[in-house]
Design a protein around this ligand. Sequence first.
Ligand code: NAP
Ligand code: GDD
Length: 342
Amino acid sequence: MKKAFITGITGQDGAYLAELLLDKGYEVHGLIRRSSTFNTERIDHLYKDFHDPEARMFLHYGDLSVSSHLIKLLYDIRPDEIYHLGAQSHVRVSFDMPEYTGDVTGLGTLRMLEAIRKTGINTRFYQASSSEMFGAAPPPQDETTPFEPQSPYAAAKVYSYYVVKNYRKAYNIFAGNGILFNHESPRRGETFVTRKITRAATRIKLGLQDKLYLGNLEAKRDWGFAGDFVEAMWLMLQQDKPDDYIIATGESHSVREFAEKVFQKLGLDYKKYVAIDKRYFRPTEVDALLGDSTKAQRKMGWTPKVTFKQLIDMMVEADLELANRERTLLNAGYRNVKNRLI
Ligand code: NAP
Ligand code: GDD
């Protein structure tokens, strides 16, 4: 049985990837942070108590800012494949917490690579690189487009990208960068713009909220489905040689269009509910992302399956169910109803 180690297993991508690897028969080990509240909501449905002989997913406490955790875990587990997804991943937050973002999102990758080198384990390493690294570079972007990072987050990802390439060359480690464009799902964190919109629009529909405050509506993104994108991560580590790949849909839409379509699906006019709040603007913005994933298609046979419309439908339907539950509980007299994803 192959063993995989996932950092960021509690995040959107970590949950889809853990599902995929368990389906493929892997033993999955995940790094989780100790928290005073539960942070395993997205993977609870996959968890079996470790006393259960059928358990194949194991969680280990640790933090990307502490290298001794990573060295000990890799030495003990000796995974065949490592998917490094853990990061402070919010671009706007990286302007408020630049030093922390540099430490976790940038140096965290170096700590992982050093853990591989120091333990001497034979493994394959996937780095969650990002289209955000292209920043101000005009679209379309592919593997040859120069990086022009526009945030502390993007700068930290550029650092990670280059240390991955360096460790591949210097120490012959099987390590590759997946340069993923934005990917979304019903499991997307609620402060990223797509989920913020689907969550708010469905709550507005059911009378649970009046307004939705957003920032720059003109930014354009190449939005895909996270479930499709984690398949590309796995494919990258099954190739004969390590390499770097763009993973994208090749379609770009504005935040305004996303909002318009979501409200439209609910029979509402977004202009009546969306207001602009300058606090959501970024000191420097990435205006337009549009990826060319020809290389991934040609070399690995990867193509996205879920369309932009299907993605919106999926997210709206899931959030409508959450809003319905909230409405039902409120109607039954409950207050302070907490919504949870399943
Ligand atoms: P996410 O939902 O924000 O998940 C981030 C994960 O990192 C969570 O599991 C989080 O743990 C963990 N983490 C944060 N700080 C950590 C620390 N100090 N030590 C250990 N773990 C830590 O992100 P995502 O959307 O799944 O994205 C996965 C990766 O792909 C990230 O590296 C992101 O930057 C990158 N990426 C994402 C996209 C996208 O569109 N989604 C596109 C390109 C690249 P908690 O649950 O405890 O917070
Ligand atoms: N979050 C947020 N909230 N974004 C808003 C809002 C708002 O209220 N209003 C407008 N936007 C705009 C942002 O300015 C940005 O141009 C766009 O919506 C997308 O923002 P996010 O959903 O926060 O994603 P991102 O593109 O900044 O970053 C995501 O994608 C990257 C890949 O390109 C994250 O998942 C990163 O981790 C990832 O690397």
